[in-house]
Design a protein around this ligand. Structure first.
Ligand code: IMP
Ligand code: MG
Length: 184
């Protein structure tokens, strides 16, 4: 019988919290007068988004929060490169309108950069005034031509599959309070 995979801890809850706090301070300063709309990317960025919103201090007047979904189609851990944003048919599926807003787009991890490129295009088409991307993790070894980059990154990771703090492996391990590497 195959042995179940185990998780090697990489970034502890305390390490994550300290970095999220720095990112929050930086965004509070850059967006103080911009009434930013924080857009978390479902599902992987839900936990990071929740902590980041609380870390954006002092709280910019007019700040609002919403979520959108990006799905990349492919088998297992390999993406096919086709990315669908939101509800399809041109709808991003957010409740809060995007037009003329200064968006802080929150991602869990940038790997090939294709998801981010599709999200940025969709937000620009929807009339965002600006888009600032903050990604908890960056995996530069995965980047492809045409892939987009985050403006702010929490941590850089090697070419390994990471889970926890919202990130999953086939829907498992999202709830871990730390980030770790899947080892089989
Ligand atoms: P990209 O389009 O290749 O940049 O992939 C981005 C998406 O793939 C992320 O938002 C994650 O949902 C997923 N992903 C990429 N690498 C990992 C990983 O190491 N662990 C968990 N999810 C990942
Ligand atoms: Mg994702």
């Amino acid at each position: 019988m195959p042995r179940p995979p185990s998780i090697r801890p990489l970034f502890s809850a305390a390490t994550l919290a300290a970095r999220v706090s720095e990112l929050g301070e930086s965004l509070a300063a850059s967006h103080a007068d911009k009434a930013p709309l924080i857009l978390g990317t479902l599902t992987g960025a839900f936990m990071f988004t929740a902590d980041l919103v609380r870390a954006i201090s002092p709280h910019p007047p007019g700040l609002s929060v919403d979520f959108l979904r990006a799905s990349s189609y492919g088998a297992g851990t390999v993406s096919s490169g086709e990315v669908v944003v939101g509800g399809g048919a041109g709808s991003l599926g957010t409740k809060v309108p995007i037009t003329s807003r200064h968006i802080i787009l929150v991602e869990d991890i940038v790997d090939s950069g294709r998801t981010l490129a599709a999200l940025k295009r969709a937000l620009e088409s929807a009339g965002a005034a600006s888009v600032t991307v903050v990604a908890l993790l960056d995996k530069p070894s995965g980047r492809v031509a045409g892939g987009a980059e985050a403006d702010l990154t929490g941590f850089t990771v090697e070419n390994e599959f990471v889970v926890g703090y919202g990130l999953d492996w086939d829907e498992a391990w999202r709830g871990l309070p730390y980030v770790g590497v899947v080892e089989s």
